[in-house]
Write a protein that binds this ligand. Sequence first.
Ligand code: URA
Length: 429
Amino acid sequence: IDTISVITAKRDGNALTDAQIEWIIDRYTHGGHVADEQMSALLMAIFLRGMSRPEIARWTRAMIDSGRRMDFSGLRRDGRPLVTVDKHSTGGVGDKITLPLSPLVASFGVAVPQLSGRGLGHTGGTLDKLESIPGWRADLDPDEMSDQLEHVGVVICAAGGDLAPADRRLYALRDVTGTVESIPLVASSIMSKKIAEGTGALVLDVKTGSGAFFKSLAQSRELAETMVWLGNEAGVDTRALLTDMDCPLGATAGNALEVAESLEVLAGGGPADVVELTVALAREMLDAAGLPDADPALHLANGMAMDVWRAMIAAQGGDPDAALPSARHTDTVVAAESGIVSRVDAMAVGVAAWRLGAGRAVPGEAVQSEAGVQMHAKPGDRVRAGAPLFTLHTQTPERFAGARAALTAAVTIGEQAPQRTPLVIDRVT
Ligand code: URA
């Protein structure tokens, strides 16, 4: 096997053999004469030619084998084994669901090992959001994770460098070579990390629409089916919800703003769409954990989910009572005309929040906890000309112009109420 023959095989539309896949991932990850430009060429060939299911499974396994697998099968509480269930979203705008969802599910006695990432581009990252809480830390070692899972029931933290290291390098390369939006590459990237994480069951929230990686329902469905198949092949009980990401979730996009909104949900309130999706995903996770009759809405109403949230934040050094940081500068975008809002474009809002400082332009850059967009109108709402549509938040007011530019066509105002599209579009098992 040599690098060029692997590239040309895929370039010419052939399936890669198991040996070719194992060889190239191992050599690339562990420094064996596969250059970045060669891997980039192979990624583009995969992007254009695709991969069969068996190839994707082999590619995923090779990425898992590039690092260490975690194992939570020995977790115990009161002498009894703990069931683990995780959730992963393919990424969206205003998608803070992990924050209320993970403690909610843990409040039923299920362990939730949530290894999360940081935002890149227009999508926010769970760790960036939680880091707006004073003192909270994302980096835990495996013993701290296990201890917290046994005693608190939930941990949200950064993946260690040895979890699917091949994905870390491949993702960085894809990000700068136009090869992100490929079903085999996205499916293997996400599932390698989730299978290596060692969760017993997994619920995927696969987004579709303007703010998602895949805009069409057909492609999003294929991504969901591929990931569900990969998970079950690897022995992880995996199912997916296909959900709308044409409109941002909730009323905020940005780090501290989204934490504040999550706290409203944990206190029994919050925007209806965030509550709906949190409860729908909690039902799936609890069903996967063998608790099909559990009522997630009850634990939002009676404070049990909030109690677990507070314990989780404190266990990771955060102060659950500390005030969240707020922006020094705000600006308002108003409606140009009167009418009924028919669309709020998720991509535009995501880009605006990113430009205000909520996201990063290059990996490793610091984000502003305070930055983001507050939305005052959602589809179906009636607005008058001059009424506020968005409040922009930032520490650096020179960023307002770029954010306003991103939002110029974000809201469509018409005469008629829009057709309601369901938030949860379908379930894939
Ligand atoms: N999230 C990931 O972890 N990988 C992808 O390829 C896309 C989204």
